[in-house]
Structures are given as structure tokens and as C-alpha cells.
Design a protein around this ligand. Sequence first.
Ligand SMILES: [Zn+2]
Length: 234
Amino acid sequence: MRISLLIFLVSIQMACGVAEERYHIDEETTPDSNTDDQGGVAFHSSTGWTGSVTFFVEANAPDQIVEASENAAQTWNDAVGYNVLSFGGIAESDRGEELYTSLDDTMTVVYYEESWLDTTGKPSTTLATTVWENAAGSDEIVKGDIILNAEIYAYQDSTVVPDEDDEVESTSYVVDTETVLLHEFGHLLGLDHVTVDEDENSVMHPKTFIGLYMHSRELSEGDAFNIQELYPQP
Ligand SMILES: [Zn+2]
């Protein structure tokens, strides 16, 4: 079964002053995704992957994507206590023309997709998606990829103030790469969404903020507990 989880921009609220901007992001599953019946609360897989996951970053991605992916992976690794995610290098990988075509190979790749609309069939408002494939007859994860919507959004380190000389069309579309990758790596590893009511500080909320200075780069205690459930100490 091939599944994806998406982040959507659902509403925009703007106030005066850059630091007050709040972009409200929502996320929903595709119709073929039925995460409620699998794995239990906070999990879309009861087992995750067997062994650790080596991921690559697509060659056309800026260096900042590599850096942010290594940081986000390290955050999950620190919680697990061993390397459940390892950066394998740069991949000259073409993810193909459709949402799931990148699952035709066995590589796990973070794609910086500048042709988001044509190749995913998803709305421009969608920030990113994680696609994965389960083993036949089980919910063990055997393949997965992360796709960033780099056609619409400015993926960068949101904590870095843009130079006045930089040609920034609008800081409204700034997305903190590490924040999104931390969330998407959570899905890649087998975690599902957690509501604000369930855990106020989780990185797996279905809603998050984007914009300059907006980021969420630290796991909650609940996130750490959940990932340790999936990847216990050997
Ligand atoms: Zn999500």
C-alpha cells in the first residue's frame, strides 16, 4: 500500500510587524490513507522500519537542505539513542512525474521539488509530503521518500534574518526547513499526527506555523517516548 501525508496551508492571518505574522498550516491524509486502523494512537505503523534508514538528499537541493536534514535526523537519533536515520549523501535521483513514482526505487530521498504542481498533483498550498510503502500484508515500512514543495515555498533557516540586499519577494512563504523535515522524518519513521490537546509541544501536530522566525525544532517528551516505542534500544 502506498501512502502519503500532506501539509496544507489552510488559512493566513497577518498582523503588523514581521514577527507577528502567523501562517497556519494544516495537514490531512489522502483518501487512500487510512492511518486510524494501523499501529495505534500516534503511529501509522506498528513496527516502523526493520533496521535503520539511510536517506539521501536530491542533488539540486541547496546546501541548507542537507544541513537541516542532518540536524533533524540527529534530533530523532538522540531521542532513540542510536542512529535510526543516517545521511547517505547526495543523490542524482529523479523522482519521476507522479506522486508515488519515486517509490519505484529503493532509495530514500529528500526531494527538493521545483515542479511540485505538475508532479504531485497536489495543491500549491501543500508544504510537503512523505510517501511510503508497506510490506505486503503488514505495516512494516519498506520504502519512503520526502518531497518538499520548493515551487511555492522558500525553504530556508527561518532564524536567519534576510540581508537587506537579498531579493526576497515575500517572507510570507519562508518555511523553516529543519521544522518541516523533523515532522516529515517522524512520518517516515512511522509516527502519525498528535493533536495539540494530546501533546501541546509535539512536532507531529497536524498544524504548524510558517514565516520568518517561526520554527519548531525540539521534540516533546511525548515525541521521544513514541519514537522509543517504535525503535527500542537493542
Ligand atoms: Zn504530517
